[in-house]
Ligand binder design. Structure first.
Ligand code: 5AD
Length: 346
């Protein structure tokens, strides 16, 4: 068998140079298969055949940032902007609860209309009405104090992808007013406050090298997040990356397996981007080590407006109301969709 892959399976704690070698094995079918099989073994050891679901509520597409890859950056004047009220968010939760969701992910652009006070009020309302559900936030960079308030109001988890752990690469993906140090500080603040924390990155984003990916692995190993979201980069027509190539589905799957082995108990979604780029992307993700799916619970009329990249899926198995067909798809992959909060094993 491929020696680097074998070595990684025996001891996943490797140095950056070795991760570079490991990632280069992506074009060795034998290594890919060995790591996939090990990833599935590891996920079954901790999670059996369970797949957790999260209801994703995209509550605002306003954003103060201008990440070069993202379709809803503030410079994009073609986007019709929307904000959900507290009542509308609660209505999404109601529908989601009925469908069996026990985690709600409140995701949005960085929209300061949702002041700490407004946000805390929304969180408290969801918490009060759904004491048995987990509340996950995904609204970008805020201060330690804001994160603390949100936690106090009842939030349990926070998703904030680091996007890339390489300083120079971060510069290529973001305008000068954003910076990797701040991003990493936010992630460590969130951990400190006791959130279950999710980091993550895009695969194949412009300028990404094997070196960058190796640094992502080193960073994840240091951070020890509870969740890791990775999906292929997909160009958006209104961005400066419109003509760039999309990331590779195969490499994404390979990295899912690697991350499963690196962080055995991690919650690892088969992401929308993966399902968007390949019709069977989600199943393949589950078969490569993923154990979470995050269907869309946003109001139907807003889904098209939350277009981070072109052709982003928001119907079929990606839609919360089609959970029946998602369930069949998950079962066809040999797993079982469950209606539990699905906290990370510790
Ligand atoms: N392709 C793939 N993923 C994207 N994201 C943003 N834009 C794109 C894109 N063009 C991801 C980012 C962000 C998450 C919400 O969506 O990683 O953190």
């Amino acid at each position: 068998m491929n020696q680097t892959a074998e070595k990684f399976i025996r001891n996943p704690d490797m140095a950056k140079e070795e991760y570079i070698e490991l990632i280069k094995c992506a074009d060795d079918p034998e290594a890919v298969q060995a790591l996939r099989e090990e990833a599935v073994r590891v996920r079954k050891r901790y999670y059996g055949d369970k797949v957790y679901t999260r209801g994703l509520i995209e509550f605002t597409n306003y954003c103060r940032n201008n990440c070069y890859y993202c379709g809803i950056g503030r410079r994009n004047l073609h986007v019709r902007r929307y904000r959900l009220t507290k009542e509308e968010i609660l209505e999404c939760c109601r529908k989601g609860y009925e469908l069996g969701f026990r985690t709600f992910v409140l995701q949005g652009g960085e929209d300061l209309w949702y002041t700490d006070k407004r946000m805390a009020e929304i969180i408290r309302a969801v918490r009060e009405r759904y004491p048995d559900c987990a509340i996950t936030l995904s609204l970008g960079e805020r201060s330690y104090e804001s994160y603390r308030l949100f936690k106090e109001a009842g939030a349990d988890r926070y998703l904030l992808r680091h996007e890339t752990a390489n300083e120079e690469h971060y510069r290529k993906l973001h305008p000068p007013d954003m910076n990797l140090v701040v991003r990493k500080l936010c992630l460590s603040d969130l951990k400190l406050l006791g959130y279950q924390v999710g980091a993550g990155f895009m695969v194949g984003s412009p300028g990404q090298t094997v070196d960058c990916l190796a640094e992502d692995l080193v960073y994840l190993k240091e951070l020890q997040p509870h969740m890791v979201g990775i999906g292929p980069f997909i160009p958006h027509h209104d961005t400066i990356f419109a003509e760039e190539k999309a990331g590779s589905v195969e490499l994404t799957l390979f990295l899912l397996s690697i991350i499963r082995i690196l962080l055995p108990k991690v919650l690892l979604p088969a992401t929308t981007a993966l399902g968007t780029l390949a019709p069977d992307g989600r199943e393949k993700g589950l078969r490569a080590g993923a154990n979470v799916v995050m269907p869309n619970l946003s109001p139907l009329e807003n889904r098209k407006q939350y277009e981070l990249y072109d052709h982003k899926n928001c119907t079929g198995e990606e839609a919360a109301e089609c959970i029946g067909s998602l369930r069949r798809q998950v079962e066809a992959s040999g797993y079982r969709l469950v209606s539990e909060r699905g906290d990370a094993e510790v």
